[in-house]
Ligand binder design. Structure first.
Ligand code: FAD
Length: 320
């Protein structure tokens, strides 16, 4: 184990838009900050243009927005450390945070910080292809082949033939189908039988009673062609389903295990509970972005991250 000699004013877990926005404000206030990230923000992989974040239209993707904010954060000399936070000890203002570097051969590093921000987001359950969700990643959020966000992307299905590929509960499939209904030309639901949430017998009745065509099965392969045209989903029984886009109905699992271990309060789903400023029940600990029970969007992540940064700066003034 190596130890960083510095004591940081704040250590931010997660370099998605929430964590980076908190870092940006604190850096501007000349605070000593480190951001740690294991690089699984959806912003790293989605290349569809973002339509609902101000000032970036017409063709700025998630990854481009993230790179811009990373550049601004780096201008304040804030390190964005690649690694996985695996444990947190101590209490405010003496937190000790253990980080396992991305390079497995390197030893863990211990960081000391006065305050913490959980900007850890949520894990999304992708559909499995041949039993492995990693095989779906090449289609996730890529060039309008598959959509994920009903709030951000439903209108992009206008006049299109959509297959809702479900990895969550039957209710999440129906929610997406209903959100897309005012726009799409045709909607079918494909219930994956190897998904995170088991597909139950009673789900069939619910789907039969719904106004949507549906089927279930296991995905053998995807033939994703031109974005927006002729996507093909082929099942293990060689059934072929063609559409313009897939819309994934997923389960979100908040990444709050570490917070829970230190006594941070979460709701039934595991989202971190805070006051409206992002302050948790544990002294010196804030949360921002998707990890809070709020609409999952870049704008909300940036807003809550900024607010957490402002409040931490105020809090640190009392410790200075
Ligand atoms: C395909 C897709 C398309 C989307 N399109 C849009 C859109 O068009 N418009 C829009 O507004 N929103 C969109 N969203 C939602 C948006 O991407 C999220 O709301 C936003 O990224 C949330 O930001 P965040 O910073 O809270 O969390 P995240 O972006 O999820 O970042 C959290 C980071 O924390 C890191 N982390 C977690 N735990 C640890 C740990 N223990 N140690 C180290 N690092 C850790 C993760 O690796 C991750 O990088 C989309 C999402 C998806 C999946």
């Amino acid at each position: 184990m190596t130890s960083s000699q510095e004591i940081f004013d704040s250590l931010i877990i997660g370099a998605g838009p929430a964590g980076l926005s908190a870092a940006l404000h604190l850096g501007f206030q000349r605070r000593k900050v480190v951001v740690v990230d294991r690089r699984s923000s959806p912003m790293y992989f989605y290349t569809n243009p973002v339509n609902n974040y101000p000032g970036v239209k017409p063709n700025c993707s998630g990854v481009q927005i993230l790179k811009k904010i990373q550049g601004e954060v780096s201008e304040y000399g804030i390190p964005i450390q690649s690694g996985n936070v695996i444990s947190i000890q101590g209490k405010c203002p003496d937190f000790e945070v253990e980080v396992l570097p991305k390079r497995r051969t390197a030893p863990p590093t211990m960081f000391k910080a006065k305050t913490l921000v959980f900007a850890t987001g949520t894990a999304r359950m992708h559909p499995c292809v041949k039993g492995d969700w990693r095989r779906w990643l090449r289609y996730a959020g890529k060039q309008n082949i598959s959509f994920y966000c009903p709030e951000c992307e439903s209108p992009l299905t206008t006049g299109k033939d959509i297959i809702v590929v479900n990895t969550g509960t039957v209710n999440s499939a129906l929610y997406i189908a209903n959100r897309v209904k005012p726009f799409a030309k045709r909607i079918r639901i494909f219930m994956t039988e190897d998904s995170y949430m088991p597909f139950k017998e009673e789900d069939k009745d619910i789907l039969d009673r719904s106004r949507f065509e549906w089927t279930s099965g296991l995905i053998e392969r995807i033939e994703a062609a031109t974005p927006g045209e002729n996507q093909r989903l082929i099942t293990t029984t060689e059934q072929v389903f063609e559409c313009n886009h897939f819309f994934v109905a997923w389960v979100a699992i908040p990444r709050s295990e570490l917070a829970v271990k230190m006594g941070v309060e979460v709701d039934q789903k595991g989202n971190i509970i805070t006051d409206h400023r992002g302050k948790t029940n544990v002294e010196g600990v804030w949360a921002a972005g998707d990890i809070r029970p709020i609409t999952q969007s870049v704008a909300m992540a940036v807003g809550t991250g900024n607010y957490a940064g402002v409040m931490i700066d105020h809090f640190l003034r009392k410790l200075d």
